[in-house]
Design a protein around this ligand. Structure first.
Ligand SMILES: Cc1ncc(COP(=O)(O)O)c(C=O)c1O
Length: 408
């Protein structure tokens, strides 16, 4: 059975568009397009518990993804990440159960691989000849890897103060790499000006094409499949928001497929204090994000001041009874060290922010003692040596004893 993709739908107006050509945003509203499937047909083809028979990662349900071209999906083995039961963290929080969905196991060391696998597959299938993306760091590494895998040239632009590992990774993988002053929005402007009018060039910015979201939604399927049920609360470090919006979309699809009932996990977006457009938008009761004035944080992936998916993120949080909260860099560093010591899990700064957010939600009583919660570690800590250097060493700091060392 192949893809049941029907059309693309404007996330604001519901107007539909054909999918058989390279698509960007909805022409009238300028807002993201969402892929819509024939879920009745997919349900009949898949049966009630298709995961029993289907092994493999992200592409294991082609019915629920767009159709790759004749050469098949552009894949590097994405998905299949561990859902780790973290008992000590559950006890630390005082909740029934806690899991860490560890996305650092993806190719290029972050969950951005999921989105880029599907987006590059479709861009190549629909005739793009060159790809580009502005990035806070990890999306650039992922695009560069998947473009190379597809045999397409690509350009990546990122803020010049992006983490060194992101810059080195992109320099090694991409056709062209630009480090620009400012933030991700400035990187986007730079690329649009540079490639304006060039034939066959396609922009894979967050939510400016419909298929990165399709890759990210598979994290929502994973929750259901790997836990046998959905958790009560899902905590996610939100920048551009594709993961959050993607999981919310997956919940609706799974209900239509009969995999879940009408209950939803409460979705939580964790952002950083200096860059919290969604938190501020939620607090102000607005439908759009509130851009920060000075977005500076060690969690580079969360430095997204004006996400195109702001309206969708806010809708997802409200519709599921969720919330958004902002943590400081200090709370994040403390959280990183705590989870490292308690579980042997070295979180990326964004994942550590999610844990810091969870602690606060429990302290404030928003999270109850009987709840089951999943938080996302969205990338590998090893891509952030500058941040790891700031994590406080053990106290007292004991020298590392190696095999064969003499006792003092
Ligand atoms: C490690 C990491 N976590 C979280 C995010 C935010 O992801 P999203 O744009 O899906 O909200 C990013 C984005 O760059 C990231 O690199």
């Amino acid at each position: 059975m192949s893809s049941t993709l029907l059309h693309l739908e404007c996330s604001e107006t519901g107007r539909t568009f054909p999918w058989r050509q390279l698509a960007t945003v909805s022409p009238a509203s300028g807002r993201p397009l969402l892929a819509r499937y024939d879920l009745e047909r997919a349900k009949a083809a898949l049966g009630p518990a298709p995961w029993r028979e289907r092994a493999g990662g992200l592409w294991r349900f082609p019915e629920l993804l767009p159709p790759p071209g004749p050469t098949g999906p552009v894949t590097l083995g994405e998905g299949q990440t561990p859902m780790l039961a973290t008992e000590r963290l559950a006890r630390r929080l005082g909740v029934r159960a806690c899991w860490c969905k560890d996305e650092s196991f993806n190719p290029t060391g972050s969950f951005k691989a999921r989105g880029m696998s599907v987006a590059v597959t479709m861009a190549a299938a629909l005739g793009a000849r060159e790809l580009y993306v502005p990035t806070a760091g990890n999306a650039g590494g992922a695009l560069a890897a998947y473009a190379a895998r597809a045999g397409l040239p690509c350009a990546v632009a990122m803020p010049e103060d992006s983490p060194s590992a992101n810059r080195l990774e992109v320099r090694a993988l991409a056709t062209e790499c630009f480090e620009v002053p400012g933030l991700i929005g400035d990187a986007g402007r730079f690329l649009r000006e540079r490639y304006a009018g060039r034939e066959g060039v396609f922009d894979l910015s967050t939510l400016k094409e419909p298929y990165r979201l399709e890759g990210k939604k598979t994290m929502g399927y994973d929750l259901r499949i790997e836990l046998g049920d959905l958790p009560d609360v899902v905590v996610y470090p939100a920048g551009g928001g594709t993961g959050l919006i993607g999981m919310w979309k997956a919940f609706d699809e799974m209900q239509a497929l009969g995999w879940i009932d009408a209950r939803r996990p409460r979705l939580v977006a964790v952002q950083m204090k200096s860059c919290a457009p969604i938190v501020e938008g939620l607090l102000a009761g607005r439908e759009e994000g509130v851009p920060p004035t000075a977005p500076r944080t060690l969690a580079a992936g969360l430095r997204v001041p004006t996400p195109l998916g702001d309206r969708l993120m806010l809708r997802a949080l409200r519709a599921t009874g969720g919330t958004a909260l902002a943590v400081s860099d200090d709370e994040m560093l403390h959280a990183l060290r705590e989870v490292a010591r308690l579980e042997g899990l070295l979180l990326c700064p964004e994942g550590a922010a999610a844990w810091a957010g969870l602690l606060r939600l429990r302290e404030e009583g928003w999270l109850g003692s009987e709840e089951r919660v999943v938080f996302f570690n969205t990338g590998s800590a090893l891509k952030y040596p500058e941040v790891l250097a700031l994590v406080r060493p053990p106290d007292p700091c004991r020298p590392l004893r190696l095999v064969g060392d003499q006792e003092a």
